[in-house]
Design a protein. Sequence first.
Length: 277
Amino acid sequence: MGKKRLLIQIGFFIAQNPFLHNFINGRIFQGRSKYFCTPGLHCHACPAAAFSCPMGALQSFFAGARYSISLYVTGFLLAIGILFGRFICGFVCPFGLVQDLLYRLKTPKIIVRLRFLRYVKYGVLALFVVILPLVIRHGVSGLGQMWFCAYICPSGTLFGALPILAAHSFLRPLIGLQFFIKLAILLGILILSVFILRIFCRVLCPLGAIYSLFNRISVLHMHCDKEKCTTCGGCAASCHIQLEPAKQPNAAECFRCGKCASSCAQKALKLRNLYVK
């Protein structure tokens, strides 16, 4: 499942970033497809991106954009969550791919559940995506700021800010403290991702927080066949985020990497349609 999933992730990355040549010239694609969101966390300002980021669009609404944007983004996230849950995190998200590639490096790994830190992402969603853009407004424009994009988002720094700065030297003198804060967050996450599986997804990602709410009810879900399961514990031993797939195959933290299903000798675990027996 590991190599197959990696190929699927790369395929989705290319589908979301068809304008790879823009990484060289630093131009940002501004076509009509930018009116639509990609399911994963991917910066609107990424030169190669064909679509917008749902978190950016959601913050834009709370910062003072049109009501219709809220209806579209909310409906989009609800639909994606209900259909796929955190499958999007495991197979579609570009920054998830980056973390997975780093975790593949041959180094000692830290297998930890992050019992309390896993709730931080819900606070990030509430505070940086909703409350701060809604409450703190600029006096002249009356608009709020996109706080998560401005101060945290490592995907925006990696795929947006760094390629643009690399291509346009005249922008580099404008770099300030805000950029270095985001760069430090990005570097910290990249380093930790070598040793801890999906540290950003599990602790800080507000999009992962939304999708995790739907994991137990999503149409595409992990099923454990109790008749085949021998409760050997092999699936739990293979899980690098310390879940127990046989007992809770659709736990909120599961991002559908498929390692548990691959490790099950009885083939008791598999992804399937909730409504197909």
